[in-house]
Write a protein that binds this ligand. Structure first.
Ligand SMILES: *Cc1c(COP(=O)(O)O)cnc(C)c1O
Length: 343
């Protein structure tokens, strides 16, 4: 099976399994797990923040970040294609009483700066006060595009001017850093809080980190406990995360290369619309434009040939490259897609 649905499908490496089995652990609710502390210290260092907190999922990390930065009735500005708005079950509104206000994302995952500035509101009695801007890097549903340090800087200048906070959904932060060839810090110094995932291309089985200053992490730790995310001997999970951060970051470049190769081959197939210039990391989007084969038929024919991808909208597909898709499998996938569409 060549499974291109998501980089979350990556299995833990043998080194991870060994590290997990042998991890020194303690009760993390008592803050006594040495392996977990080591991971949190490393995450804080990589993002250039004072402190970090391990959480079971990216969704929980984003939620407790918003809860820790906002009060009930506050407004959050975020993109209409952002993961937080589209795919996190409306947690900020449902559980935090926080008001999401969506702005249209540009194709490259940015939010238009003039619109962002116009959307900020503070003083009128009728308005919920704007408190927070959420950005996403890389931007999953905007072709996996990385946001540049320069763009982050422009948003930070705006946030400073209006005394707003910035939360960065960096589920694929390390893909962004590798693709732009910058230190992770160059993409996180502008944000008050950052979430990144270990469980995507970095291949750990479970876990994300939330990073920020000490006060913020203290509040986040309390919210994590409140929503049932306080864990005990979680060092077994953290051990895999340490292997990920120490050994599996550089290899993300190979996934990006494979994405470009796959995109190049798919773009040449009749019936597929794909803009290769948009492929910047490990995510590819394309449209099916075939006179006889519709999206569902395409998917089932692919699956019959042991290939899986995701249909994100009718006729729109996402393929994600990751550690378990080899260079050869990229060619096989492209050839198979070509043979299905030229039937
Ligand atoms: C996957 C993802 C998340 C959520 O992570 P989970 O661990 O699946 O909850 C958040 N943001 C983005 C951009 C993602 O791709």
């Amino acid at each position: 099976m060549i499974d291109l649905r998501s980089d979350t499908l990556t299995q833990p490496t043998p080194a991870m399994r060994e590290a997990m089995a042998n991890a020194e652990v303690g009760d993390d609710v008592f803050e006594e797990d040495p392996t977990l502390k080591k991971l949190e210290t490393l995450a804080a260092k990589k993002t250039g923040k004072e402190s970090a907190l391990f959480v079971p999922s990216g969704t929980m990390g984003n939620l407790i970040s918003v809860l820790s930065l906002c009060q009930r009735g506050d407004e959050v500005l975020l993109g209409d294609r952002s993961h937080i708005f589209l795919h996190e079950v409306g947690g900020m509104a449902a559980l935090g009483g926080v008001h999401p206000r969506i702005l249209p994302n540009n194709e490259d995952g940015t939010l238009p700066l003039p619109l962002l500035e116009q959307s900020i509101r503070h003083t009128d009695i009728h308005n919920p006060p704007t408190r927070l801007i959420c950005l996403e890097n890389t931007h999953n549903f905007c072709h996996g595009t990385p946001l540049s340090p320069e763009y982050m800087g422009s948003v930070a200048a705006l946030a400073a001017k209006y005394e707003l906070k910035i939360h960065l959904d960096g589920a694929r932060l390390f893909n962004a850093a590798v693709a732009l060839d910058v230190e992770v810090k160059a993409l996180t110094q502008q944000a008050d809080s950052i979430m990144f995932c270990l469980s995507k291309g970095l291949s750990a089985p479970v876990g994300s980190l939330v990073c920020g200053d000490r006060d913020f992490i203290q509040r986040a730790r309390k919210y994590r406990k409140m929503i049932g995310g306080g864990m005990r001997q979680a060092g077994h999970l953290a051990a895999a995360g340490l292997v990920a951060l120490e050994n599996l970051v550089e290899r993300l470049k190979g996934d990006h290369q494979n994405a470009r190769l796959l995109a190049e081959q798919l773009a040449a197939i009749k019936g597929i619309e794909l803009d290769q210039s948009k492929v910047k990391t490990n995510i590819i989007f394309f449209k099916l434009n075939h006179p006889e084969i519709d999206g569902d038929t395409f998917l089932s024919r692919l699956e019959a040939k042991s290939i899986k991808i995701l249909m994100t909208d009718p006729g729109v597909f996402r393929a994600v490259l990751h550690r378990e898709v080899s260079r050869e499998q990229v060619d096989t996938a492209a050839q198979t897609i070509q043979s299905i569409l030229t039937l």
